[in-house]
Write a protein that binds this ligand. Structure first.
Ligand code: SAH
Length: 339
């Protein structure tokens, strides 16, 4: 077992099982996530026999960086996992801090038409440790701290729910990396049963929904998941989320030229979201060579923005990062493969 798969609660159970005190878990956690040691020998406040036990029961490893690209304010990493699979993570330098976008699966089964990631079907879920290590490896490489975390890389987080929640627990824990809940955002294409689970679990992290269309017909054609979990049901469960958590939801809406970027689309979106505690993040499409969708022109984007704004929907246009480093999810892996 990899030590980075364990939350502090799971480590406590491990130590209790060995007849040890619970607080050993805190000590190990602090070594891993505060002092960032990468061998059990360096955990000098633990007894020798405990270090031996840890060495027998756990491995402690890092992720291999196989490629790195950077642009003005974006760094993109390609990692190789122990089984040879490759995953990506991206760091964006915002005025409010350093935001890391992690992958949650190798490949993705959601099949969204516009998305590069989905061209590689899901190979497997990432383990918790493989998500934790994306963050640790990048912080070590850059020599600075990540302040915001988004689960928007390759994969559908809610199709790997348990590992994702465990990952959030680890990075959020005050004795470790201590990233605040409000600085963590998990994004889903709308897997309703898992959104219901998420409401029950009461996690305080932000929820983002990849919407991209304002009616079932259009959404069906862009996102196959909508054929299973319809827009009206999705909106209903999200209203429930807002009621129970009293938190705001973010809707992501990619603007695709001539597909979903017209005035009628904006007006329909207004109707759909009216009165909800939410905000819409309009995303200029990041074009990829394998997919035919085009990015909406600037004027269309601004018009769409204006319609929402005039109708009192909170709206922002996402800043574009890393056009020169193929920063859209899946692009680095895909390009690397072709080279
Ligand atoms: N599966 C999750 C998280 C990964 S996708 C989800 O669907 O939310 C993260 C976001 O990037 C989604 O909103 C996705 O629709 C968007 N995205 C995918 N390809 C893109 C592209 N080429 N340009 C801009 N955004 C893209």
């Amino acid at each position: 077992m990899n030590i980075y798969d364990y939350s502090i609660e799971q480590l406590e159970q491990y130590f209790l099982g060995k007849g040890e005190k619970k607080f050993k878990a805190t000590q190990v956690f602090e070594w891993l996530y505060r002092k960032r040691v990468t061998s059990f020998e360096k955990m000098t406040n633990l007894k020798k026999d405990l270090i031996t036990a840890l060495k027998n029961d756990f491995i402690i490893n890092n992720l291999k960086i196989v490629a790195k690209q950077s642009d003005l304010d974006v760094y993109k990493y390609l990692f190789e996992l122990d089984d040879g699979n490759k995953i990506e993570a991206v760091v964006m330098n915002h005025d409010y801090g350093l935001s890391l976008c992690v992958s949650t699966q190798v490949g993705c089964n959601m099949g969204c038409q516009f998305c590069e990631s989905g061209r590689l079907k899901k190979v497997r879920n990432l383990k918790t440790s493989e998500m934790v290590l994306q963050l640790l490896a990048i912080e070590q490489d850059l020599g600075c701290r990540i302040t915001h975390l988004v689960l928007m890389g390759i994969g559908e987080p809610f199709d790997n729910y348990d590992n994702v929640i465990n990952f959030i627990n680890i990075v959020n824990h005050p004795k470790g990396i201590a990233l605040g809940s409000r600085h963590i955002t998990v994004s889903t294409c709308g897997i309703i049963p898992k959104i219901k689970q998420f409401i029950k679990d009461g996690k305080q992290v932000n929820l983002a929904i990849s919407l991209h269309a304002s009616n079932d017909k259009l959404r069906n054609s862009l996102m196959p998941i909508n054929k299973v979990y319809k827009l009206t049901e999705l909106i209903e469960v999200l209203k429930e989320y807002i009621k129970v958590t009293n938190r705001r939801i973010t809707f992501e809406y990619i603007l695709l030229d001539g597909i979903n970027d017209q005035k009628e689309n904006a007006l329909e979106l207004v109707k759909l979201l009216k009165g909800m505690n939410c905000y819409v993040n309009l995303i200029p499409y990041n074009e990829t060579s394998h997919i035919n969708f085009k990015k909406s022109n600037q004027k269309t984007i601004l018009n769409f923005f204006d319609v929402l704004k005039k109708n009192n929907i909170n709206v922002t246009i996402r800043r574009e990062f890393g056009k020169n480093v193929s920063a859209a999810c899946g692009q680095l892996r895909a390009n690397h493969k072709e080279e």
